[in-house]
Write a protein that binds this ligand. Sequence first.
Ligand SMILES: Cc1ncc(COP(=O)(O)O)c(C=O)c1O
Length: 361
Amino acid sequence: MSIAFPLHRNESPLPDGDREAILAAPGFGQYFTDHMASAVWTADSGWHDGKVTALAPIPLHPAAAVLHYAQEIFEGLKAFRHADGSVWLFRPDLNARRFVHSARRLALPVLEEEAFIASIEALVRADESWVPAHDGRTSLYIRPFMFGSEAFLGVRPAAQVSYYVIASPAASYFSGGAAGVTLWVSSTYTRAAEGGTGRAKCGGNYAASLAAQVEAHDNGCQQVLYLSEPGRGYLEESGTMNLFLVTADRELITPGLGTILDGVTRASVLKLAAEHDLKAVERQIGIDELRERCAAGSISEMFAAGTAAVITPILAIKGEGFEQVVGDGEPGSSTLAIREHIVGIQSGRLADSHHWLHRVV
Ligand SMILES: Cc1ncc(COP(=O)(O)O)c(C=O)c1O
């Protein structure tokens, strides 16, 4: 049986003027709306106590499982305001399914797709005034998460689990046009291994990625390009985005699923490929092949795809003892066209011919 998320309205929301000032320049992940959705699961009672309440700190026992053994998963998706004032989610069913997959991998209870989407709808309706105006740049970023909250110091699945959804107004990652990044090919770290948690969206994956991110920044790069082995092997993904290559003979190549995250943006880009005269190919790509083909000019564009930045052009890759420019070192035309296509659908400017939008308000 699916749970409901009745609203207990925040009696002290942020004053209108303060909220408007935040919405004028929200940045990313800095400000949070007036409410949060939540529910609790216990081994005895299953999911219960669904509600939307005032955003507040979460009371947590110092022995809570998540604090010791990182039994935690999360999701990330956006709500967009259209020109007519309506508010829409982009493919929330895929986030719901990935949340189920992540829950199973982390031995957390499954929250049914219907309840996952109901919790998000309830929060977005409560905080509708926080969904930025239709401008093609801003949106409301939504963060559902679930963790073991049972107070017990033992390594086993928690018998009490908490689920929350919070939301944060977000600007586009790009201020002007689509800026590009240089990726750091780490020779020290990998992100995931066969049989590990690479395909789950769990906090532990990101904790383990921070040292690699520092290494990338120390080497003048904005993001990490993870390989299957430190410094060699096959392309996996970037820190928070999936990878795509465009070849001179119009193939759109992306690493196959396995140890990488099954990105919602990735799935959408693959679906749109044919409309951009590109043949979608999912296969392993070695770092040597990438470097050789970039040098020879047969890989002309590279980009990363994820909810936060939608599409990020990759202008160069760098690693121990090498730096390789991709194409002419500028965002490629297919990259920009695909980005415009997805942003256009999300903002309601282009027809939603694949039926990816889900109306909330
Ligand atoms: C490791 C990783 N890969 C890929 C993605 C892209 O996934 P999505 O397009 O669903 O945001 C993300 C972002 O969530 C991520 O964290």
